[in-house]
Write a protein that binds this ligand. Structure first.
Ligand code: GTP
Ligand code: MG
Length: 289
C-alpha cells in the first residue's frame, strides 16, 4: 500500500479532532519517515489550525502545512544558467543511483533545454564505474571524460572542464565514487575537486547534489546531515521513489537541514526523472487526489 493511502484511511476512520488523533497522526508520520521532532511540530501546528471538531478538513490542512514547509526551500536558482557554465557534482553512498542519475540529468537537460553536456567519470575507484558511464555516454551521444582506474578524480574534473571550454559546452555533470561517510577521505577528495572547479570554472553555477535512495528512509536523513556538514550541499536528488518509499524524509530535509529536493527519480529509464514539485509530492504523501 502506498503511504498516501495509509494517511487517507487514517483520516477517514476518525470523526473528531482530539489529542488522541493528533498523537496517532504523529506516530503515523514517524512511520512515514518523518523525524520525531518534525512529526510532533506538524501535529501541533495542525492542532492550532483546527478551528472546529470536524475531521473532514484535516487532510487538506495537513497537506497545506507540509507544502508550506517544502516551499521554504527554494530551487529557482538551481537550473542550468544560459550565461555561465553549470557544474553538477553528484555525491552519495554506494548504490544510491549516482551514475544512473548523471546519465538521466544529461538526457533531461538535453530534452528540456536543448543543452549538450560533458560527463566526467570522477569515480575512479571502481574500474566498472568508468565503463558504466561510457556506455551511457554512447547511448546518449555524449562525450565522457575519463582517466584510468585509480586516478585522481580532481584531475578528471579538470580535464572535463577544459573539454567543455574547448568545445563551447557549458554543462558538466560529474559522477563520483560511492562512499560510506568515512569523513576525512571524503572531505579531502571533495575539497580538491572543489578547488579545481572554483579555479577552473570561476563564477560557474556549481551545484553539489547528494543522491539519496528514497527506500532507505530515515537513514537518508543521516547521510544528508553528514555530507552537508562536510561539503555544504545545494540540494538532494531522490532516487527509487518508484517502489515502496514513503517519502516523509523529504519534509525533514527541508525543515531540519534547509535542503531542497531538486529532482525525483522514479525508475531506471533515462526519462524517469523530473523536477521536484512540492504540491504534487505533498498530495501523494497525504493521499489527496
Ligand atoms: N527503480 C529504480 N532504480 C534505480 C533508480 N536509480 C538508479 N537505480 C538502479 O540502482 C542501481 C544502482 O545505480 P547506480 O547508478 O549504479 O548507483 P551508484 O550510486 O552510481 O552506485 P556506486 O557507483 O556503486 O556507488 C542500478 O541498478 C540502477 O538501475 C531509480 O530511480 N529507480
Ligand atoms: Mg556509480
Amino acid at each position: 500500500m502506498k503511504f498516501g493511502e495509509r494517511i487517507k484511511s487514517f483520516f477517514s476512520s476518525r470523526n473528531a479532532v482530539s489529542d488522541e488523533l493528533l498523537d496517532d497522526l504523529c506516530d503515523l508520520l514517524i512511520e512515514g519517515d518523518f523525524g520525531a521532532a518534525e512529526a510532533y511540530k506538524t501535529a501541533e501546528l495542525l492542532k492550532e489550525r483546527c478551528k472546529n471538531e470536524n475531521t473532514k478538513e484535516l487532510p487538506q490542512k495537513l497537506a497545506g502545512l507540509l507544502e508550506e514547509e517544502l516551499k521554504k526551500v527554494n530551487i529557482s536558482e538551481q537550473l542550468p544558467d544560459e550565461n555561465k557554465i553549470t557544474v553538477v557534482l553528484l555525491l552519495g553512498v554506494n548504490g544510491v543511483g549516482k551514475t544512473t542519475t548523471a546519465a538521466k540529468l544529461c538526457s533531461f537537460f538535453n530534452t528540456m533545454y536543448g543543452k549538450k553536456a560533458i560527463l566526467a567519470a570522477a569515480d575512479t575507484f571502481r574500474a566498472a564505474a568508468i565503463d558504466q558511464l561510457k556506455i551511457h555516454g554512447q547511448k546518449l551521444d555524449t562525450r565522457v571524460i575519463a582517466h584510468k582506474p585509480g586516478g585522481d578524480p580532481a584531475a578528471v574534473v579538470y580535464d572535463a572542464l577544459e573539454a567543455a571550454e574547448a568545445n563551447g559546452i557549458n554543462l558538466v555533470i560529474t559522477d563520483t565514487a560511492g562512499r560510506m561517510h568515512t569523513k576525512s577521505a571524503l572531505v579531502e577528495e571533495l575539497r580538491k575537486i572543489d578547488r579545481v572547479i572554483e579555479s577552473k570554472a570561476e563564477g560557474a553555477r556549481y551545484l553539489k547534489y547528494l543522491v539519496l535512495d528514497a527506500t532507505t528512509g530515515r537513514n537518508a536523513y543521516s547521510q544528508a546531515e553528514i555530507f552537508n556538514e562536510a561539503v555544504s550541499l545545494d540540494g538532494v536528488i531522490l532516487t527509487k521513489y518508484d517502489s515502496t518509499a514513503k517519502g516523509g524524509v523529504v519534509f525533514s530535509l527541508a525543515s531540519g537541514l534547509r535542503l531542497p529536493v531538486v529532482y525525483v527519480c522514479t525508475g531506471e529509464k533515462y526519462t524517469d526523472i523530473e523536477i521536484f514539485n512540492p504540491e504534487k509530492f505533498t498530495k501523494e504523501f497525504t493521499g489527496i487526489e
